[in-house]
Design a protein. Structure first.
Length: 225
């Protein structure tokens, strides 16, 4: 492995470490609050005494997405998907910085930013996954990335449905549907996609380094300095 590919792999490893830390922090938040994960959406954990763990977890996910997006972007053909991954990371920061409104209160500016940033995030990661799964169709992770991305988009429909119904005057609460379950499924699928995209980026770096190593070897055999 060339020095650049090795350095890139180490950077991506740091991104995966940030994902692990973010997931651990999120799990810890669920444990210490003891709220009902079936009907309580993740955003509402911010109102608990240990709610500071939520923006911390999201910031770690954002850092991981930034690292992986940067590594993906080193391959020109991956840059469109890399931009989407970077956008996902930015949305994670916005979601953490602008908390949702407490239940029963009208939509505020902070709540609006939170809501629409979440929607953009939920949409961009699976689209990035589908793009890269198609681009690297023969790769070892392509099928899994594609399935997880499609699953995320499928569950996202269930997440959005209550908001659509309320627009048409149909009042739906978190007690009527397992909003906590559907939201957590989307988040879980997308974090899994992000993890796999880090592996895709690492594979791309190694593949890009192989031709350079071959050229260098040919030059040495030919006696060219």
């Amino acid at each position: 492995m060339g020095s650049q590919a090795f350095t890139g792999s180490m950077v991506i490893l740091g991104g995966h470490a940030a994902i692990g830390a973010g997931a651990t922090t999120m799990l810890g938040l669920h444990v210490v609050t003891g709220l009902d994960p079936v009907h309580t959406v993740i955003s509402e954990y911010a109102f608990e005494a240990d709610g500071w763990l939520l923006p911390l977890s999201l910031t770690l996910f954002a850092a991981a997405a930034t690292v992986i997006a940067a590594m993906l972007a080193r391959d020109t053909e991956n840059r469109g998907a890399a931009l989407l991954v970077g956008t996902w990371g930015l949305c994670m920061l916005l979601i953490g910085a602008f908390p949702t409104d407490e239940p029963g209160l009208p939509l505020s500016m902070s709540g609006g930013i939170h809501r629409y940033a979440a929607f953009v995030a939920f949409l961009t990661m699976p689209v990035a996954g589908l793009i890269l799964a198609r681009r690297h169709a023969s790769g070892r992770y392509a099928r899994t990335v594609r399935l997880l991305s499609l699953a995320s988009l499928g569950v996202l429909v269930l997440v959005i449905l209550p908001y659509v119904l309320r627009t048409f005057g149909v009042e739906v609460t978190n007690d009527d549907i397992p909003a906590g379950v559907t939201q957590r499924l989307v988040v879980g699928f997308e974090v899994a996609v992000l993890t796999l995209l880090g592996l895709v980026a690492s594979t791309s770096l190694r593949a890009a380094g192989a031709p350079r190593r071959a050229v260098a070897t040919s030059r040495r055999v030919a006696g060219i300095s």
